[in-house]
Design a protein around this ligand. Structure first.
Ligand code: GUN
Ligand code: ZN
Length: 428
């Protein structure tokens, strides 16, 4: 039993629907076997649980573990390649790197580096875009299970356009995916996601085979890319003349439901937004990636007005790192700059997008996303080095909302001192 005595910021009530930041400067979270069993003042907690170990976190700020709804495991070493739009970036940067994961030792090294990237940034749950190689996925799931993060991931499939080593057949994709589902879905905190790379590199039969896997394996997830780049969208329209639009290529294959997360959706039609809302599919908004690849301005206002769920993704490696604090402030910048009129975001919106909204998109809200009684203790402790600008900023903040804005503006993984998943330390 632990009592975490801390300054706590979280967003149990959605700021997009009238909620606000919940902030307390000195609260005691009583955690028993990973479960928050009480949230009260320190004196009451200490009196009720005199044998609990007390962890004093009042020097920094405790927030819920961050939730990344779109991040590519094979791209950890591809971060920081600047200056190309999506399809050129894939050809010159991402795909040559991803082909290397056919080598098991290489994949093993990357899996470790990638998981360290997540934990270092305070990320405790993620929808992870996998590898095209089944052996690389085995290695990844096995290491993720050891670290203990809440990971949803799967074998990436493509059967056209990409370099030959990254291609599969319908039969092979089904047998390898089913094997991985049988081995890993529901093991510890792991879940499986059917993962066609994007309709641009997948024929109708391959997509439909993914839909059949979803029908055969209730509870598994789906993730892919959608409406990221104008050339990509035009290519998909050419290749699927019978589809209503890009979203429909997934929908008619049986890949669209409440357990579907689609990355980007920078250029959706109104029909696509209405259909996503109808089925409950979520968009992963990846603002540093959208900026790096010049993909465009994410229409957050249109998503919210249409009732489509949105959460944040780092999109490593088109995104510029694992930090969801950076993604949060970049989302804010892009809404400020959008010439068609973005949605002004407060620091509470940013924390919501990086935590609670991710938990909702991944259907993990019963367990994580905020630090209320009944939730598992997934948390990140932000404690900048004394004298550093973030530390100075926190000391002189005019309000808790202002302090949180400073965390998003200046916070980096170096400021995240400790991270817990289910009450277990994964960093610090
Ligand atoms: N679309 C298909 N593959 C990718 C990828 O690796 N990154 C991004 N940003 N978009 C994609
Ligand atoms: Zn991506």
């Amino acid at each position: 039993m632990f009592i975490y005595r801390a300054r706590v910021f979280d967003t149990p009530r959605d700021p997009f629907t009238g909620g606000a930041l919940r902030s307390e400067s000195d609260v005691a979270l009583v955690v028993d076997d990973g479960l928050i069993i009480a949230r009260t003042d320190y004196a009451s907690a200490a009196a009720q649980h005199p044998d609990a170990e007390v962890v004093d976190l009042r020097a920094g700020v405790l927030i819920p573990g961050l939730i990344d709804t779109h991040v590519h495991y094979p791209q950890i070493r591809a971060i920081g390649y600047l200056g190309k739009p999506l399809l050129d970036w894939l050809d010159h940067c991402a795909l040559p790197e991803e082909a290397k994961l056919g080598d098991e030792a290489y994949a093993q090294a990357l899996a470790g580096e990638f998981l360290t990237g997540l934990t270092s940034a305070g990320t405790t749950s993620a929808m992870v875009f996998g590898s095209h190689f089944a052996s690389a996925m085995d290695t990844f799931f096995s290491q993720a299970a050891e670290v203990g993060l809440r990971i949803t991931s799967g074998l990436v499939t493509s059967d056209r356009i990409l370099p030959e080593p990254l291609l599969t057949s319908v039969e092979r994709s089904v047998s390898q995916s089913q094997d991985l589902i049988d081995r890993w879905h529901g093991v510890g905190r792991l879940r499986y996601a059917v993962t066609p790379r994007f309709s641009f590199s997948a024929g109708q039969e391959l997509l439909a085979a993914g839909g059949q896997l979803v029908a055969d394996n209730p509870g598994i997830w789906v993730t892919s890319h959608l409406n990221e780049n104008r050339d990509e969208i035009a290519g998909v329209a050419d290749m699927f003349p019978e589809a209503l639009d890009y979203l429909d290529t997934y929908d008619r294959a049986g890949l669209l439901n409440r357990q579907t997360i689609l990355a980007h959706n920078v250029h959706p039609s109104d029909r696509e937004l209405a259909r996503m809302a109808e089925v409950g599919a979520a968009s992963a908004h990846c603002p540093t990636s959208n900026s790096n690849l010049a993909s465009g301005f994410f229409p957050l206002r249109r998503h919210i007005e249409a009732g489509v769920r949105v959460a944040l993704g780092s999109d490593v490696g088109a995104g510029t790192g694992f930090s969801l604090l950076k993604e949060g402030v970049q989302a804010y910048f892009m809404q400020q700059l959008d010439p068609s009129g973005g949605l002004p975001l407060s620091s509470a919106h940013l924390l919501h997008l990086a935590t609670t909204a991710g938990a909702e998109a991944l259907e993990l809200s019963d367990d994580v996303g905020d630090l209320s009684v009944g939730k598992r203790f997934d948390a990140a402790y932000i404690q900048p080095t004394a004298g550093q600008p973030l530390s100075v900023g926190l000391e002189h903040a005019s309000s808790d909302d202002d302090a949180l804005a400073k965390i998003f503006a200046m916070g980096t993984p170096a400021d995240i001192a400790r991270v817990w998943v289910d009450g277990e330390l994964v960093k610090g």
